[in-house]
Ligand binder design. Sequence first.
Ligand SMILES: NC(=O)c1ccc[n+]([C@@H]2O[C@H](COP(=O)([O-])OP(=O)(O)OC[C@H]3O[C@@H](n4cnc5c(N)ncnc54)[C@H](OP(=O)(O)O)[C@@H]3O)[C@@H](O)[C@H]2O)c1
Length: 220
Amino acid sequence: MQTLPTIAILGGTGKEGPGLAARWLAAGYSVIIGSRQLDKAQATAAELNQKLNTQRAKGLENSQAAREADLCVLTVVAEAHQAALESLKDALQGKILVDATARVDFRNPIPPAPPSAGRIAQDILGPGVRVVAAFQNVPSHALKKNLDQALDTDVLVCADDPEAAEQAIALAKAGGMRAYYAGNLDNAIVVEGITSLLISINKRYGVKTATINITGLEAT
Ligand SMILES: NC(=O)c1ccc[n+]([C@@H]2O[C@H](COP(=O)([O-])OP(=O)(O)OC[C@H]3O[C@@H](n4cnc5c(N)ncnc54)[C@H](OP(=O)(O)O)[C@@H]3O)[C@@H](O)[C@H]2O)c1
């Protein structure tokens, strides 16, 4: 039987990171929660272990988490995106980094200007890291609910490297989401812009879980 990759969630102590972690723990993956502070990472991992009745979550400082993982996912607050990448550049070499960053201000949701967060990440990290942009439209509030059920969301996955994109698609599917390759990292600017639409929809209709579905193709 194939061993599942260990996933590090860098900046995994906030809202989006633990939501994704819970889904992957429920699917049998081992997850390392990363933080700037070891004790904060360990506290989030302990909460997840208790919630999921497992011991497959552990907490480490971000760069140690990146080094120990097979696959890394970035969920630091958008304002810290570039600084976090610069500090993690060495630790991420040779890895795939799945970047969930959507640079949209909740108080004033407008689409960000290019380049996409994923393209910025690729430029900072260089060719030794394969960056994939994904999960920008998956609301943390939806991730937390009904872990044993599929989520009614489609994840648009953008990457310059199709094989890296397939690994992110597999992760999304393991977490109960549908996922589709949606072009290279430059296309991810559109995905970030959709987050601006979703926040506006959430505000207008008093919900926290608006997301997207793609129609016109068979589920793969
Ligand atoms: N929330 C959502 O529904 C949602 C949905 C889709 C995508 N996203 C994206 O996911 C990312 C995280 O969103 P979130 O709502 O989870 O954010 P958040 O809860 O506000 O923060 C996430 C983590 O960022 C880390 N952080 C804060 N300041 C930092 C700094 N200066 N340097 C490095 N790390 C710092 C913190 O971890 P430590 O203090 O432990 O280091 C914090 O727990 C964002 O890019 C967002 O666009 C969010």
